[in-house]
Structure formats: C-alpha cells, structure tokens
Design a protein around this ligand. Structure first.
Ligand code: C5P
Length: 274
C-alpha cells in the first residue's frame, strides 16, 4: 500500500491511492457511550447564549465544540462556563492554519483550558502538524482537518488542486500525513470515513461533521458532503459533530436525545456486522 512518503504529498500530483481490500470490522472504544460520541458545535454569537445551551444540553451530549465564532466573541471565558455548567469535555476547534511558530504559541496559550481535542489544517503539511503535536499538553489530542465538508470535488480545481485528483484521494493523502506527524486522528466527512478506516488505519480517531439527520432541515445549508448520524457511525466514525440540527430544533434536548438514540442503534448494528 502506498504511504504519504511515496505519494510525495504533493496535491498537484496525479497520485492515485490504491484501494486496499475492505476491512470487515471496526475496533470500538467500548468505554465511549453513544452520548460521549456526540459533539455539539457551540456556534453562538454570545457567551450568554452559549452558556444557556451548555446548561440545557450538558446531560445530553458528550463534548462541546468551541469554534471561531464563539471564541472570537467570548474568549476563554467560555471554557470556564463549560466547566461550571457541565461535566462535558471541551473541543477547541480553531482549525489552526498559520506558520508553525505562531500556531505553537497559540496552542501553548490554550494549555490552561484542559482541552480534549484541538484542530489544525492538514493542508499545510508536516511542519505545522508536528508543531501542534509537540506543543499540546498531555491529555489533549490533535485532530487534522482533511478537506472541509463544505467543499465539493468541482471546487478543488478553483483552489489550485489538480482536477484529476480525487477528493477522496486527497483526504486519504492528508490523513496519512496527519498520522505520520503524530496526530491522534482526523476530521473528515461521513462520505470518506469508511475508506479512511480501511485504508489508513482502524486505530485513528475519526471525527465527522456535516451530519444531517433524515428528520432535520437546515435552510441554505453550506455543508456539501453530508451523512446521517447512522451512516457516519456504521461507517466507522468515532465521534460526530452536530450543530444546526440541534441548535435550530424546536426542542434542542429532544433533538440531541434522538441523535444519541440513532448513534446507539448504529453502534449496535456496527458490532453485529463486525
Ligand atoms: O451541523 P452544522 O453544519 O451546523 O455544524 C457546523 C459546525 O461543524 C461548525 O462548527 C463547523 O466549524 C464544523 N465543521 C467542522 N469541520 C468541517 C465542517 C464543519 O468542524 N469540515
């Protein structure tokens, strides 16, 4: 099987990753419950709104994800608010993308917050990935963002990536790069998660956003590579990230519980078929 080194990691290459035979099963971290696997994206414009959501959903999700909008609006106070109002872990989703030294300093500054996961773009290569891996404190896992779920194959050409390079191959290439750099896992879409687990490794952590339950409707949706919670989990996702289908639901608690039930059934089916 090709690895990141023999593919030369050049996105413009007409590199084709040879598919390996399908794996029949996915090892499961049985210590994780269905609820532990649900990450809620705290995409709110103010600390007050985010804190209200943490209080409401703290017993119904596993982790709270703090992204750009909330961190820019609220700053580090949000981490204290999460710890004060829930027993959930914190996911710092800054999707770092800058020179290694700048990112290293930012990661160092986050050491005070007891972060479970931190994200960095894989597109910048090993130098940046390693800088983050070498800087995080013990207990924080680094996830590399492969290709955003808001991008489609057609759009890759617009950003200078060879039109003949399959989006899936690009995701696999970046996943290998991330694993070679010491990352714990990747953020990818549910469309690619099965291939990632089969072709790169069962041991990596796959975190899947772009989740759309069959019953949810998201107006003007920007997510392109989407899957249901069930599909993502059956195909090997370890965690799923859900924002709008919970945040915009009439009853967010009920929506979260419904997704946890779907994860539970999918985990059961995944283990039965392994
Ligand atoms: O479910 P919804 O689309 O609202 O979730 C949006 C969240 O997922 C945002 O916080 C966004 O940053 C995150 N996301 C991600 N990786 C992607 C796409 C979206 O973490 N590839």
């Amino acid at each position: 099987m090709a690895d990141a080194t023999d593919s030369k990691s050049v996105e413009g290459n007409l590199m084709r990753v040879q598919p390996s035979p399908p794996a029949e099963n996915f090892p499961q971290d049985s210590s994780l419950s269905a609820k532990d696997r649900l990450i809620f994206a705290l995409d709110y414009p103010t600390l007050q709104e985010a804190e209200k959501a943490v209080s409401m959903l703290g017993d119904h999700v596993g982790l709270f994800k703090v992204g750009l909008e909330l961190f820019v609006a609220a700053g580090p106070s949000i981490f204290k608010a999460i710890a004060r109002n829930s027993a959930c872990g914190t996911f710092l989703d800054m999707k770092f993308h800058d020179i290694p030294e700048t990112v290293r300093a930012a990661v160092k500054a986050s050491a005070a917050y007891n972060i479970r996961f931190v994200t960095v773009h894989a597109s910048e290569g090993k130098g940046l990935l390693k800088a983050v891996v070498d800087t995080v404190q013990k207990g924080t896992k680094v996830l590399a963002v492969t290709v955003l779920t808001s991008l489609r194959q057609l759009e890759l050409r617009d950003i200078g990536i060879d039109k003949n390079l399959d989006l899936l191959d690009l995701v696999i290439l970046r996943t290998r790069l991330a694993m070679d750099s010491g990352c714990a896992g990747v953020v990818c879409s549910g469309v690619e998660v099965r291939s990632i687990k089969e072709r790169v490794g069962q041991g990596l952590i796959a975190v899947v956003p772009g989740i759309r339950p069959a019953w949810a409707s998201v107006p003007n949706d920007d997510q392109k590579r989407i899957t249901t919670p069930r599909q993502a989990i059956v195909d090997g996702a370890d965690y799923i990230v859900v924002g709008r289908p919970i945040r915009s639901a009439r009853d967010p608690v009920q929506a979260a519980d419904r997704i946890v039930e779907e994860i539970k059934t999918a985990l059961h089916d995944r283990s039965v078929h392994s």
